[in-house]
Design a protein around this ligand. Structure first.
Ligand code: ADP
Length: 167
């Protein structure tokens, strides 16, 4: 049984994340999506909100499990029995960061490997930051995030459920 860990802040989950997770779930027997509880950047959604939004987004995939974690990613990977860490790559700048992290993680856990999946073209522009910026300014995030995430964003920024009224 091959288990992989897909770690991230997921603040909040968007369709680019779902694309990577669902494709990784086809490669591995089990995929654990690890929601990092205290990323360097302050988060908009609490860790329990991020986990809940991710669980709902991935509920159709029986071999994907979602949980929060703290501390070193490699330690959490070991804890869940993962031998591979999965990350998504959008642009060249993602590669530089992932490469650096991969080498640092390799030093900490030589048995762990990193697999990077290339983003699907239609999600290459997506980031949680962009999605939040659009939602905050009242723009439509349909097609970028699942509907329950659009609702959560709308509630967070406008205290209501309007997600696509303004083009
Ligand atoms: P980070 O973990 O770097 O704080 P995120 O939580 O947003 O950032 O992303 C988690 C993982 O998903 C990272 O590997 C990131 O590169 C990847 N990712 C983010 N956006 C996309 C996208 N649009 N397409 C593919 N992968 C993505």
């Amino acid at each position: 049984m091959k288990t992989a860990l897909y770690p991230g802040a997921f603040d909040p989950v968007h369709n680019g994340h779902i694309d990577i997770a669902s494709r990784a779930a086809l490669i591995f027997d089990e995929l654990v999506v690890g929601v990092y509880d205290t990323p360097a950047k302050q988060t908009t959604f609490s860790v329990s909100e991020r986990v809940q939004l991710m669980r709902e987004a991935l509920s159709e995939w029986p071999n994907i499990h979602v949980a929060s974690y703290s501390g070193l990613t490699v330690n959490y990977a070991r804890q869940v029995g993962a031998t591979v860490v999965v990350r998504g790559l959008r642009v060249y700048s993602d590669f530089e960061l992932e490469y650096q992290m991969a080498l640092a993680n390799r030093k900490l856990a030589p048995e762990m490997d990193l697999i990077c999946l290339m983003t699907s073209l239609q999600y290459s522009f997506l980031s949680s930051t962009i999605v939040k910026e659009i939602a905050k300014l009242g723009g439509c995030v349909d097609g970028m995030v699942p509907s329950h995430v659009a609702l959560a964003l709308s509630r967070k920024y406008h205290g209501d459920a309007v997600t696509s009224a303004k083009p």
